[in-house]
Write a protein that binds this ligand. Sequence first.
Ligand SMILES: NC(=O)c1ccc[n+]([C@@H]2O[C@H](COP(=O)([O-])OP(=O)(O)OC[C@H]3O[C@@H](n4cnc5c(N)ncnc54)[C@H](O)[C@@H]3O)[C@@H](O)[C@H]2O)c1
Length: 291
Amino acid sequence: MNIDDVKNIAVLGAGNMGHQISTLCAIKGYKTTCMDVSDEILKKAEAFVDKYLPGRVEKERLTKEQAKKARENLTFTSSLEEAVKDADYVIEAVLEVVDLKRKIFADLDKMAPSHAILATNSSYIVSSRIADATSRPEKVVNLHFFNPALVMKLVEVVQGPHTSDETAKISMALCDKLEKIGVHLKKEVEGFLLNRIFRAISREAMWILEMGVASVEDIDKACVFGAGHPMGPFRLNDLTGLDLSYTMGMEAFRETGDRSLLPSPRLVEHCIKGEYGEKTGKGWYDYSKQS
Ligand SMILES: NC(=O)c1ccc[n+]([C@@H]2O[C@H](COP(=O)([O-])OP(=O)(O)OC[C@H]3O[C@@H](n4cnc5c(N)ncnc54)[C@H](O)[C@@H]3O)[C@@H](O)[C@H]2O)c1
């Protein structure tokens, strides 16, 4: 199999990541099926596309013809079987719960064509924790997009000990086709590449806050105006979700036993109150007050 054999893509999960990844694949010419168990989320994803594509035409980033073609390429469904039956490449972007992902990969294995590559967009679950739920571990890989997937160029391709060189090569080639910058991690490592680097920054930011040294706003300002980051760690955390940081922190602690990786007390407080960031209207910042 090579990259030219990839024509149909299935994206599982139409949430934060899934709706953007599927829109991207459709724009880049792939017949794409976006699947979610929630009809409400599917409707939201469809409404997003129907607003996003005309917006790209208005901004002259796409021609009318390209936008029309992209829309025709994209279908939405709540049936897993329907989504994957003709897929050459599957990108799973459902909730970050390992047992759920294992169940989905086991089902996928039965429903997707035997040549299909099965990738997970997980933020930290290495694919070796999922691959043995399938009969084709050599075709299982991490394909890690960043949020927002339509904007961020980087994609990490993490090759597990079970992942074949062919699967890694096709996944890197898919990044090129999607006009992303793929980086190849030759080994599985907790946190992958960029999140390990980000985590060091974010952990320090959290503790500076906990120690009462500076406010959320000032820590973000320091990173933006001193280090040239496009946004500070707290603003970024509101975008990616405090709930995800919480689970990632707990998981990193479980994996390494390193207490310094545990979520900070204030992060836990926000999570207990259901303040997960932009998606809930409040996180480190209050979005309900914004015009
Ligand atoms: N949020 C980020 O910044 C980010 C960045 C990179 C990677 N990721 C990873 O992407 C994945 C998705 O994250 P998200 O932020 O989009 O989550 P999300 O909560 O926004 O979306 C997850 C979606 O999965 C759906 N879902 C649940 N069970 C399902 C099933 N059985 N079949 C199909 N869909 C199902 C839910 O209805 C929901 O719409 C996670 O693995 C996460 O670690 C997230």
